[in-house]
Design a protein around this ligand. Structure first.
Ligand SMILES: [Zn+2]
Length: 280
């Protein structure tokens, strides 16, 4: 796939969502250390996507100004960022979906009336929770979520009928395979915690990276909860590459977090990015 270049920033469409929106990746840098950062796997966490865009913009501005630390990072690292893993879900929550698509989302809630529309929605347009669709203890996700009643496409918590059943997860795993990052970070909300382990694995260097990110955010480094230690992007990354994969839970409160929290969370995200660019 072709990369388009504008000043310091390259971008690429690496796939298409179920609603035919482009899945975009932004690349900055030409160094050997490869860093992947993703946001907005979940519809009602669209603020994480805005925060990542803002942090990327901040980095690009520093490069344009010739800030020394940014220029060093540009030479030493290659950053790949995917701000919207679930652009259809993000569009729904931001009130941007065309009405037919909105109805398609709404129909997912017919069997799950306790989930508010659209505030409680996390899934993609096919009713699959993308962060439960990766091949890393996926069967356990199906079992646990099935016990909770999520056995069919739903506004949230349905892992799909098979791992990697969705356009978005297929495209992101293919992108990750070709980029082969040294570290991968997934931004979520909320909880103000960091997770670096999966299924008893905590790859070499992951704890140090986790500690550095903990220092940068003020969020504690926690053990991935047993009831959520499956089928997520960072789980798959650790399982597949045995390299540092981190989930960051930005902010506190109920999703979707209020827009007023954006400046605060954007600053946290800038700190996360700076730490990733500077950690060796
Ligand atoms: Zn999430």
């Amino acid at each position: 796939m072709h990369w388009f270049r504008e000043n310091f920033v390259e971008h690429q469409v690496f796939g298409e969502s179920e609603g035919l929106r482009p899945l975009r990746a932004v690349k900055i840098g030409r160094g050997e250390r490869r860093i992947l950062i993703t946001a907005c796997h979940h519809a009602n966490e669209f603020l994480t996507g805005l925060c990542l865009w803002s942090a990327l913009e901040d980095y690009a501005i520093q490069l344009q100004k010739g800030v020394f630390s940014a220029s060093c990072a540009y030479e030493e690292t290659t950053l790949l960022a995917v701000p919207w893993v679930n652009p259809d879900g993000a569009s729904l929550l931001m009130g941007l979906s065309p009405s037919a698509e909105e109805e398609q989302f709404r129909a997912l809630g017919k069997k799950y009336l306790h989930i508010p529309f659209p505030e409680g929605y996390k899934a993609n347009l096919r009713g699959v929770d993308l962060n439960l669709n990766y091949p890393a203890r996926w069967e356990l996700a199906r079992l646990r979520k099935g016990e909770m009643g999520f056995t069919t496409p739903a506004p949230r918590d349905f892992p799909g009928f098979a791992p990697l059943s969705e356009r978005e997860t297929i495209a992101l795993t293919a992108l990750t395979e070709s980029f082969s990052p040294h570290v991968a970070v997934a931004l979520h909300s909320q909880g103000e915690e960091l997770y670096v382990n999966h299924g008893g694995h905590c790859p070499k260097g992951a704890r140090e990276l986790g500690k550095a990110l903990s220092h940068a955010t003020g969020y504690p480094l926690c053990r991935t909860p047993e009831g959520a230690d499956f089928a997520g992007f960072k789980d798959w990354f650790i399982h597949r590459f045995r390299r540092g994969g981190v989930t960051v839970e930005l902010g506190l409160g109920e999703n979707p977090l209020p827009l007023q929290s954006f400046p605060y969370l954007a600053e946290k995200t800038q700190n996360i990015l700076q730490t990733l660019l500077q950690s060796v």
